[in-house]
Design a protein around this ligand. Structure first.
Ligand code: SF4
Ligand code: SF4
Length: 288
């Protein structure tokens, strides 16, 4: 089994995906996994070309056979999700519980597979990438994250690659739990704001619950030294290694505007060199 490393953040906008793509570029051999399935954007930087695209079946949806339906109204009364009006089923509101199928006296309702998204295996200039996209209005993102991780692990195993680098969802909800369960290392990207500190603490607590080693990268650390020092104190008190502190520099935005990673855009820039040293340290941790 390959080692899985997830780049996560308690909130969006900390630079998580930018850092993840840059680390992927630096790594010698890697499989990337974009587990931010609700709002994936790693593809913007890595420009994947799909090898395969498969439907993701997230659950079931009720469908009425109107040749059998007598319009008795029993299914409407039984549906706790108010997904039925008369005998018409709203597929968006249907939660797939199957109660209407049970109560229908005419056997006019069937539960059928529901496509909730797509799962892709792609080539990028960094290496292979597993990624996905939920369809609008669809849930079950935790299950789709699990499918992305399974696909990335299979690609890695089939190709003798030892590491999967995951771009996780922001927050601490179901998709993040699905992202971090069983991984070897979490890299929390945070920023020196009060909300950044708070969200870093929450996501670190989540990693601790699953007994996953946490490390931290402080992005734009020089924008507020007082808060950066608060992050450093928290990390010290909780025995969390700080992989590095990235200063604020417009070159990060410039590289994103060019739809590329910083180590490609400016290989000799001090932040590119810092990112290299961070990945070296990650490799050392993974080797233990
Ligand atoms: S499957 Fe459940 S949620 Fe969907 S329409 Fe039937 S009773 Fe309602
Ligand atoms: S319970 Fe069956 S027969 Fe009655 S309205 Fe619903 S689908 Fe039609």
């Amino acid at each position: 089994m390959p080692s899985e490393v997830a780049v996560i953040s308690g909130k969006g906008g900390t630079g998580k995906t930018t850092v993840c793509a840059a680390l992927g570029l630096i790594a010698d051999e890697i499989v990337m996994a974009d587990c931010d399935v609700d709002a994936p954007d790693l593809h913007i930087l890595l420009n994947p070309s799909n090898r395969t695209a498969n439907e993701f079946i997230g659950g079931k949806v009720a469908v009425v056979d109107y040749d059998l339906c007598t319009d008795c109204g029993l299914c409407e009364k039984a549906c706790r999700f108010h997904a039925i009006t008369g005998s018409k089923i709203d597929p968006i509101a249907c939660e797939g519980c199957g109660v209407c199928e049970i109560v229908c006296p005419e056997n006019a309702i069937q539960m059928v597979d529901r496509q909730s998204g797509n799962l892709f295996d792609s080539d990028t200039r960094v290496g292979r990438m597993a990624h996905a996209k939920l369809l609008p209005g669809e849930g079950n993102s935790g299950k789709l994250v699990t499918e992305v991780r399974k696909l990335a692990s299979k690609i890695a195993t089939d190709n003798g690659i030892s590491t999967v680098l995951i771009d996780g969802s922001p927050g601490i909800g179901c998709p993040v739990i699905a992202t971090v369960t069983g991984i070897k290392l979490g890299i929390i990207v945070t920023e020196p704001t009060l909300s950044g500190i708070h969200d870093m603490e929450r996501v670190n607590e989540l990693l601790a619950k699953f007994k996953i080693k946490a490390t931290v990268i402080i992005n734009k650390f020089d924008l507020n030294m007082e808060n950066t020092e608060a992050i450093e104190r928290y990390c010290k008190a909780n025995d969390i290694e700080i992989l590095g502190k990235i200063k604020f520099d417009h070159i990060m935005t410039d590289s994103m505007v060019a739809a590329t990673t910083l180590p490609e855009f400016a290989p000799d820039h001090e932040i590119s060199l810092l990112l290299r040293s961070m990945w070296n340290r990650v490799s050392e941790i993974l080797a233990v």
